[in-house]
Every structure is written in C-alpha cells, then in structure tokens.
Design a protein around this ligand. Structure first.
Ligand SMILES: [Zn+2]
Length: 287
C-alpha cells in the first residue's frame, strides 16, 4: 500500500535554522490540510494519528511561550515523514497544557485538568468516529505527563488504541550524551529546551536576556526528590525565582538538532511498531 498522503521527501530533512520554522504548518501530513476524502482514505489504511500537546507557559526570559507545543509538533511531523510508507496524520497541536505553577509569570495560559481531559476526550472521540484505530498523544510539557497517560488508559478500548509518550523519553541516551551541564535532565528552559529552540525557532530566542545566575542548578530538583522517581511540580517561589531550571546558557542549536532528530526517529519507530502490532492481532482475531 502506498502512503495515503501526498509525500514530501524533504519533510524529514528540513533546512537549518529559520528555513524550517514553518514546518509545523507546511507538512503534508497535517490532518487539517487534508480534504474530506483524504481522511476517509487514511482511515481505511489504518493511519496512525498523532496528537501533539504542549503548553503556553513562561520559559524564562529567553525562550518563547510555545516552546513545548512547538517541539512536540515538529517531532510529530518529522516522525510522520520518517515513517516511510506507513500512513500517519498529525492533528493540530493542543497548544495549552497544565501549568498552574507558572501563572505568577507573564504569558502563561493554563488549562484546568478537567478542560484538558474534556478536550483530549472530544478529539479522540472524533478520531474514533472517523474510523481510525490508533492514536498517539505526543507530549512536550512535563506537567501533562500524568494526564496523557491517564487519558490513554481511559480512551483505549478494543476499537481505538491510544498511546501516550513525552518526547524526552524517546531520546534519553541522546539527551544525556549532548548534555554538558544539566546531566541529561530536561529541566525547564535549561540546556535542553534552549538548545531545541535555538535549532527550531532561533529568531524567538534571546539569550542576551538570560543571566547565568538566574539558572537554578538542575541538581536542586534531584536533591528534592532524593534520587527517587517521585513527581514534584516546579515551585518557582521556593526554588527558582527566575523560573529557569538548568543551564539555559549552555544551549546550542547543534545539541537541539541531535535531540529533535533522535526523538523524531524514536517516535517513528514507535509508530511503526504500534501500527504493526495491532494489524497482527487484528489479523489473528479475524482468522
Ligand atoms: Zn518547556
């Protein structure tokens, strides 16, 4: 079966810097750019649907508010391009997430848990209604992690299987290997996020506004949770008055490129397995 959508061989290898800044809006795999019959054909081909979700929240003085949504969205369209013949569609990003702890900084727009559950639930119901059977929630914001996993559990049934993944879990070894200061931690507006934005949307980054003394040492978080896997939301008032966790000043576009490319490959690999696994089980059930 050929890929349902009009292919764009360059999609996975967009140019460097600002030339690729619009890939989130120009990818041929965007759900909203298809015609009605294209969606039916994609559904018939059991296309995997990707739903990026991020946040609109303060990211220090130096990064744009849409850092998390932009990252998740680009990784989705790159993964769609990397999936080869396998049909993939990328829904418009859910731009907002759960960010109540950043509300004390200008610009943060946080949804309530109930709103996010309702929003993702309605989107999934629509995807299901059109006959799709595989949906992946692809997250770019730490505060959403628990929510998207809960949604995957609640929304999945025999007909529609829903998976959830945060992009930094798609490339853990790469993040560690490129990290010079933050030990591979994602932090917040630290080394990793700054690197990714320098790579994906450099014109929105202003490193001149960031002072190294504003970057709370990433180890503060590690000490708080004592090396356990406990989740503890950011607490800027008590830990990071600047709203930055990690070494934003250590960010480079080159590091960001490695992370985005590795996460995109990781997502494409997952999508392939997800698609194949359920095809196999459906065939077995049918047989
Ligand atoms: Zn972020």
């Amino acid at each position: 079966m050929s890929k349902v959508l009009n292919s764009n061989p360059s999609g996975a290898n967009a140019g460097e810097g600002e030339s690729m800044s619009d890939e989130l809006f120009s990818s041929p795999f965007l759900w909203q750019k298809q015609r009605r019959d294209d969606i039916s054909a994609a559904s018939d081909a059991h296309a995997v649907v990707l739903q990026p979700i991020g946040s609109i929240e303060q990211h220090g003085r130096h990064l744009p508010l849409d850092t998390d949504s932009w990252t998740a969205g680009v990784i989705c369209v790159r993964a769609a391009a990397l999936a080869g013949e396998l049909p993939v569609l990328v829904l418009p990003p859910v731009w907002w997430g759960l960010s109540p702890y950043w509300m004390t900084f200008a610009g943060t727009v946080s949804l309530r848990v109930e709103t996010i559950l309702a929003l993702l639930g309605d989107i999934a119901a629509s995807v299901r209604e059109h006959g799709f059977d595989r949906l992946v929630l692809v997250n770019g914001h730490g505060g959403n992690s628990g929510l998207i996993e809960a949604m995957a559990a609640q929304l999945s049934d025999e007909r529609l299987r829903v998976a959830a993944v945060s992009y930094w879990k798609l490339a853990p070894e790469t993040i560690v290997s490129v990290s010079e200061v933050d030990h591979g931690s994602s932090g917040h507006s630290g080394e990793m996020e700054t690197s990714i934005q320098l790579y994906l949307q450099q014109s929105t980054v202003d490193l001149g506004r960031l002072e190294a003394r504003d970057c709370t040492d990433i180890d503060v978080r590690a000490k708080l949770v004592g090396g356990t896997a406990a989740y503890l939301p950011p607490n800027p008032g008590g830990e990071s008055p600047s709203g930055v966790y990690g070494a934003g000043y250590a960010g480079t576009a080159e590091k960001g490129k490695h992370v985005v490319e590795a996460a995109s490959i990781g997502l494409a690999e997952f999508v392939k397995k997800f698609w194949a696994a359920y095809r196999a089980s459906n065939s077995a059930a049918a047989g």
